[in-house]
Design a protein around this ligand. Structure first.
Ligand code: NAG
Length: 256
């Protein structure tokens, strides 16, 4: 008689062979044997109870279903065997944290960009399934006064949320966090560089002036000193001073 197996539970199987002695049950094999091993228990009725024991952790992200072939052979001549196919579905556990596609994201916007402007989009992926793999985003360092000037959507879009000013700060750094529904997280950083816009006019400040001047004053006598300044950067901040042409005064620039 061939050994026959019937299932008791997922991991507890009872195999019987009505023959006795050498012709009775001899051995079992399980293939593949990557994750499970077999453990045998003799039963009082001569049968053997087989336990399938997990030896090496399963990983749903690599293998979502496992198919195993359990074979029982007897010691008879000819040797007879019984087989059973075992299908195992591996359920997801939240064993993967979200991972940002970059450890730092860089972007630039004009300092006069309007509220709501899309600055950049970030993304984190999570290998888990369902809610274990659902990622939500938040801006981390709310302690920084300026972090309220930016917001992040559930799609990872970084939006401008208030006025920025190149003349106050040129580079903003915000920490972002991606968290899955099971609480695992990753963090990254967004560096936003502002581009200057010519939004400031030059300012003339009179430092000293002479209200009267001797008619015999020599040429190049200083009659007034002023300071001209434009807070914009580079070309936008360069100032060119001119004075009426048909008057007996000229303007000259001094270092600093
Ligand atoms: C920018 O727009 C958001 C709504 O999208 C609003 O809540 C926020 O107060 C606005 N900020 C400014 C400075 O207008």
């Amino acid at each position: 008689t061939s050994p026959s197996s019937h299932q008791n539970s997922q991991s507890d199987r009872r195999v019987r062979d009505p023959d006795i002695g050498r012709n009775g049950l001899q051995s079992y094999t399980l293939k593949p044997s990557d994750n499970f091993i077999l453990k045998l228990h003799d039963q009082s009725d001569g049968g053997k109870k087989v336990e399938m024991i997990l030896q090496k952790p399963l990983d749903r992200e690599k293998e979502e279903t496992v198919s195993l072939l359990l074979t029982a052979v007897d010691g008879g001549e000819p040797q007879r065997s019984g087989t059973m196919l075992i299908h195992i579905t591996v359920l997801d556990a939240n064993d993967n944290a979200p991972v940002f596609t970059q450890s730092i994201y860089k972007a630039s916007i004009k300092e006069n960009a309007v509220n709501g402007t899309l600055i950049t989009q970030v993304s984190a992926t999570d290998a888990d399934k369902g809610s274990n793999g659902e990622v939500s985003y938040v801006i981390g360092n709310r302690r920084r006064s300026y972090s309220n000037l930016f917001k992040i959507t559930q799609e990872g879009k970084i939006l401008l949320n208030g006025p920025v000013d190149y003349e106050k700060l040129q580079i903003y750094e915000i920490d972002i966090e991606a968290t899955d529904q099971g609480g695992l997280s990753d963090s990254s950083k967004v560096v936003i560089e502002l581009n200057d816009v010519n939004d400031n006019s030059p300012i003339i400040r009179l430092i000293s002036k002479t209200d009267t001047i001797l008619e015999s004053s020599p040429s190049d006598t200083v009659v007034a000193v002023m300071n001209v300044n434009d807070p914009d950067s580079q070309e936008n901040g360069k100032v060119n001073c001119v004075i009426n042409k048909n008057i007996p005064f000229a303007i000259s620039s001094s270092a600093n």
